[in-house]
Design a protein around this ligand. Structure first.
Ligand code: AMP
Length: 395
């Protein structure tokens, strides 16, 4: 696996695919610069080598060149975060971009306009990728968030840099973290899968059964498993057409010696509302008119025991409706347990879908080993898929 540490960038122009798809407010100000900060180590290493950086990214989902999606809006934030002046090219390809790239001196940074102003980016057009490739000497992919897309700048472009392509620091760290869970993790390995639906996690569950010793299933998914086993779940969320699948998963887990842990009790509510009346109920004895919206105290204690036994932990998906304060407790308690296990030497990876939002909201970001920067890319990795952006560098 080639990374930026395998290259000397002295007097070289690095063409770096970053993920600067950051949120903007009404005044087009960046409201969360995490993604810019995440790309900083790669950019600084290249500048310190005596190279220059040409940064390319998408922002939002523009239809053609729409000013509201211009990367011009983020220049000052990028300058603040990197502490270096940032030049800007009005178009990501063509004469103006080539001139700006040619005039770039060692130590300087050029940001290209939104790649998605050209439809050819998403269609993975070879000619567009070739036009981009003219701008730099070495191609660096540091955008995990788009690594599952075979777009021009994330995948197709790599073929124009035989032996001159590599992963940036961030993408390398993502790959290493996933490998630590899926391939090289110290046993026992635990996966915690929460969230709303079995259907969106089924491929992950099937793939992960071969890698883990323990599987905690929580959140809304719980009730499909409980009902399939004959429990009463009241008005809790359930996918009736996935009950056979749930039984099949339980069977496969047994055959593979994977211990599945489900909640034994829940915080039940008489409405899907933070103001609803609540009570603690056994998970398989929820009467009509009540629905389980969070893990109960016995479940939290059980999960804590499991987490503390494990040396490698993957967490995807909340244990309850964490967006409502009264049903966030299970998710917070699990975060506390994982933080404690991490503090005692376990490796913990959080990622995929909404998990990162929950982790940030409750301040666990610095208490786990790694928080993935890619929602969809992480989910696809956990499903066992090879991401095209990663394959293109390895080829
Ligand atoms: P996912 O995107 O699949 O990870 O699902 C995340 C969503 O699952 C969050 O918005 C939670 O509110 C929701 N969720 C978690 N537990 C439950 C539950 N018991 N009932 C309904 N929704 C839930």
């Amino acid at each position: 696996m080639k990374t930026i540490n395998d290259f000397d960038f002295n007097n070289k122009k690095a063409l770096i695919r970053v993920d600067f798809n950051v949120p903007l407010n009404d005044q087009f100000q960046v409201t969360d610069a995490t993604r810019i900060l995440s790309a900083k180590p790669t950019i600084i290493k290249i500048l310190e080598d005596g190279g220059s950086c040409i940064l390319m990214s998408h922002l939002g989902r523009p239809k053609g060149a729409q000013d509201e999606f211009s990367l011009r809006h983020i220049i000052s934030k990028v300058e603040d975060v990197l502490g270096v002046e940032v030049k800007f090219a009005e178009n990501c390809i063509g004469a103006s971009a080539e001139e700006a790239a040619n005039n770039l001196n060692p130590g300087e940074i050029l940001l290209l306009e939104n790649l998605r102003f050209h439809d050819e980016e998403k269609s993975g057009d070879k000619g567009f990728a070739e036009a981009l490739s003219k701008l730099g000497h070495i191609y660096v992919n540091d955008a995990f968030g788009t690594a599952h897309r075979a777009h021009a700048s994330t995948t197709i472009i790599a073929q124009f840099f035989p032996n001159k392509k590599c992963f940036g620091n961030l993408l390398a760290k993502e790959i290493e973290s996933i490998d630590k869970v899926m391939k090289t993790g110290e046993k026992p390995v635990l996966a915690v899968l929460g969230g709303a639906k079995v259907s969106s996690k089924i491929t992950i569950i099937e793939n992960i059964l071969d890698k883990v010793d323990h599987l905690i299933i929580g959140g809304g998914m719980t009730f499909t498993f409980v009902k399939a086993q004959g429990g009463s779940i009241g008005d809790s969320i359930c996918e009736d057409d996935k009950m056979d699948l749930a039984l099949d998963i339980i069977k496969k887990a047994k055959a593979k010696n994977v211990q599945i842990h489900l909640p034994v009790d829940v915080i039940a509510a008489n409405a899907f509302s933070n103001d609803a009346e609540t009570k603690v109920l056994e998970v398989a004895q929820i009467p009509n008119g009540w629905q389980g919206l969070d893990a109960g105290p016995k479940s939290i204690a059980n999960f804590h025991q499991v987490v503390m036994q494990c040396k490698t932990i993957l967490w995807n998906g909340p244990l309850g409706v964490f967006e409502m304060e009264n049903f966030a407790n299970g998710t917070i308690a699990l975060g506390d347990s994982i933080a404690e296990a991490t503090n005692q030497g376990a490796f913990s990876l959080v990622g995929g879908g909404d998990s990162v939002a929950a982790v940030k909201q409750f301040g666990f970001e610095n208490k786990v080993s790694y928080v993935s920067t890619g929602g969809g890319a992480m989910l696809e990795s956990l499903e066992g898929k090879t991401l095209p952006g990663i394959a293109a560098i390895l080829e």
